[in-house]
Design a protein around this ligand. Structure first.
Ligand SMILES: N[C@@H](CCC(=O)N[C@@H](CS)C(=O)NCC(=O)O)C(=O)O
Length: 337
């Protein structure tokens, strides 16, 4: 009896595990789109354009997944989430993936039950002040009123940094970055702190960006990346390898303009990635052109970075740490083979 009971339980667990691992992709295919959690609006990363279409560096992660699955980058619906709401939206199944400048931390991974599939932007927390304040370093901020966003890693880093430097501060908390920016403009606080990328983004939409300075100190590590729920490894694999494919494409010199010619390349790594040899696509439960479609329709990592954040944009962010490992940065994708 005992033995049968054990086998029955073991079978049920196996069946459940089998169901869970296929669920999200099946569900996404059945409904015909990916439900993608983004910010409530952060220029360059995720914001609706003048036609109401969401675009940005984080949005392109979801678009690339859509290309990999559907061969079409626009089979995506967007759910704007505040920093506080984002995790409930993912846990409850309201969204399939969260692509929202979210820092990979132990407690989010383990305690909240998420799977960070990689890093699409290596960041760190910084400070922005008005130039008129004459402050040159974060060490001069003792006694400052600091505007921050609730539900973020920013809060704990700020407390740690001020404590470590024997300084005091008053925090002024808001739910969205629009509210933080408005408060900063209205002098409700002296300093704005968040991920440096967020500061560049927010400065780019101020009426007078030239009057604001991002201080040199970086007080934390903020590896930002897309995440999915624990329990559906196959779905996590699709998100992970879509991101990796964009990075590998840049390494291999494949971009949105040359991807079709590259399909006849003699380089075996290129052939495997673009699906002209091997079966990487079917291993992921996708078609052979999964990566080729993502690269063609959305671009390689470098193209996506330049389009939304690079020198030609109001954000004007240097690649820095987000340069490929082979070019002095730390962006490194495991091999697609
Ligand atoms: N990386 C940090 C901060 C994330 C965060 O919320 N950043 C701000 C940057 S300005 C943001 O995205 N705001 C957009 C919004 O309020 O919708 C975290 O994961 O907690």
């Amino acid at each position: 009896m005992k033995k049968t009971g054990f086998i029955a339980v073991a079978t049920a667990v196996t069946l459940l595990a089998g169901t869970a691992s296929a669920a999200t992709l099946d569900d996404v295919r059945a409904k015909g789109f990916i439900q993608c959690g983004v910010t409530t609006g952060l220029a360059g990363f995720a914001a609706p354009n003048d036609k109401g279409v969401w675009e940005g560096f984080d949005v392109d992660i979801c678009r690339a997944m859509s290309s990999a699955i559907f061969g079409d980058p626009d089979k995506v619906k967007y759910t704007p989430t505040t920093a506080k709401e984002r995790f409930t939206a993912l846990q409850s199944g309201e969204i399939d993936v969260l692509a929202r400048n979210t820092t990979w931390t132990l407690s989010r991974d383990v305690n909240l039950g998420f799977e960070f599939v990689g890093v699409n932007y290596y960041d760190g927390q910084g400070f922005m002040v008005k130039k008129s304040l004459g402050v040159k370093s974060a060490k001069e901020l003792d006694g400052a009123r600091v505007c921050i966003q609730s539900g973020t890693t920013t809060e704990l880093n700020l407390a740690d940094y001020f404590a470590a430097n024997g300084m005091k501060y008053d925090s002024v908390l808001f739910d969205t970055s629009d509210e933080v920016r408005e408060a900063y403009i209205k002098d409700t606080c002296d300093v704005y702190t968040t991920d440096q990328s967020g500061l560049y983004s927010q400065r780019s939409v101020l009426a007078d960006p030239e009057n604001h300075v991002v201080l040199p100190e970086i007080i934390s590590k903020e590896p930002l990346g897309p995440l999915v729920r624990h329990g559906d490894n196959a779905w996590g694999d699709i998100a992970r390898w879509t991101l990796n494919a964009l990075i590998i494409a840049e390494e291999l010199g494949i971009n949105s303009s040359n991807v079709d010619e590259m399909k006849s390349s003699k380089n075996p790594e290129i052939a495997r990635l673009l699906g002209t040899s091997g079966d990487l696509g079917s291993q992921l439960g996708l078609g052979p052109e999964w990566a080729a479609n993502a690269i063609k329709q959305v671009g390689n990592y470098g193209e996506i970075f330049e389009k939304h954040l690079g020198a030609g944009t109001p954000l004007n962010i240097a690649r820095g740490l987000n340069q490929l490992w082979s070019k002095g940065g730390i962006l490194y994708a495991p091999p697609a083979r």
